[in-house]
Design a protein around this ligand. Structure first.
Ligand code: NAI
Length: 334
């Protein structure tokens, strides 16, 4: 089976090449281009494509892939909000994903961002490199006994909540499908979305992006959050309406934001733009706040997670080749 790998990063190519040795009859060509309607033509002559979160798998792209005889799509991500699943089903194009890869990797990154922002480590690091050993302006807050809200209590949300329970925080949970046993285990409790938003000192978002979670934090509710709240988002950018976040930060209502994802990240993230004039006014404004910390969607980026992503993707391909649904049939989303 001949497969084209879009949007390749070096670290992914290394992880896939290492695990590819265990699989026969899979040939992968790595390309730097992102997949979208304009680049779909690159898939001509291949049997399948491997894609990531910033590839654009809309109905037009899917239709083109089908016309080039692509037989399956393999996502090397858990989230699939970038795929028009309805169109894929209509075109009978199977789409596979990697539903879980080291959820702790993302949860630990969320905790890392929170600790860094809260204790102003990003500021202290730069100061000390300039031989400025002053502590002025570096006062943080103790996390013990703080109310931490977790929105989306799936694999990553649970890993995050478990770590924060270990810090001695009070854990508020919100999910459309509550897991009371889990809440009991970490001595947390499920509350309504509005209670979580109003009560918590820190809110960490771990739900998928869908019609219900798009702009979950928005211009209408941002000023109803607790004054001084710190927002952590490692899920998907559009869950937070950026203009609302900026308004909340400007009015000093929002105490800080730690973001691994950004609403309009697809034009920026995973690429070096350091020599360009950035045209995106919103990210420029966000980066101007001392209490905003941004990483470029690197929550998943651990050696263990990369190994799992490549292993499961290759198993998905092998399953598809054999037309055997096990063991990863749950990974098929269309
Ligand atoms: P999961 O499927 O295990 O958990 C998601 C949870 O969100 C489920 O419990 C679900 O019931 C809940 N949920 C769904 N709709 C909701 C709503 N409207 N309100 C509240 N909760 C809702 O997914 P997992 O593995 O925990 O991943 C969560 C998200 O994290 C992914 O969808 C993806 O967007 C993001 N992610 C980010 C990564 C990064 O590198 N920053 C890496 C991997 C995932």
């Amino acid at each position: 089976m001949k497969i084209i790998f879009f949007n390749t990063q070096n670290f992914e190519e290394l992880a896939f090449k290492k695990n590819l040795m265990q699989f026969q009859n899979i040939q992968i060509d790595f390309c730097l281009e992102r997949l979208g309607p304009k680049t779909a033509i690159l898939s001509k002559g291949y049997d399948a494509v491997i894609c990531f979160v910033n590839d654009q798998l809309d109905s037009e792209c899917l239709r083109l892939l089908k016309s080039y005889n692509i037989k399956a799509i393999f996502l090397r991500s858990a989230g699939y909000n970038h795929v028009d699943v309805v169109a894929a089903k209509k075109l009978e194009l199977p789409v596979y994903r990697v539903p879980a890869y080291s959820p702790e990797a993302v949860a630990e990154h969320a905790v890392g961002l929170l600790l860094c922002l809260n204790r102003k480590i990003h500021k202290a690091y730069l100061r000390i490199r300039e031989m400025n050993f002053s502590l002025e302006g570096l006062v943080g807050s103790t996390l013990k006994n703080k109310k931490i809200g977790v929105v989306g209590v799936g694999q990553i949300g649970k890993a995050f909540a478990t770590i924060m329970a270990g810090f001695g925080c009070e854990i508020y949970l919100y999910d459309v499908l509550p897991d009371e046993q889990f809440a009991k285990k970490i001595q947390g409790r499920y509350v309504s979305k509005s209670e979580l938003l109003v009560e918590c000192d820190i809110i960490s978002i771990h739900c998928p992006l869908n019609a219900e979670t798009l702009h979950l934090i928005n211009l209408e509710n941002i000023f109803t959050l607790k004054k001084g709240v710190v927002l952590v988002n490692t899920s998907r950018g559009p869950v937070i309406e950026t203009t609302a976040l900026i308004a909340g930060l400007k009015k000093l209502h929002i105490g800080g934001a730690a973001l691994d994802v950004y609403e309009f990240e697809s034009e920026l993230f995973f690429q070096d733009h350091s020599a360009e004039v950035i045209q995106d006014e919103l990210i420029a404004r966000l980066m101007s706040f001392p209490n905003v910390l941004i990483t470029a969607h690197q929550g998943f980026l651990t050696a263990e997670a990369l190994d799992e992503i490549s292993q499961v993707t290759l198993e998905n391909i092998a399953d598809f080749q054999k037309s055997v649904p096990a063991p990863n049939s749950a990974n098929r989303i269309s």
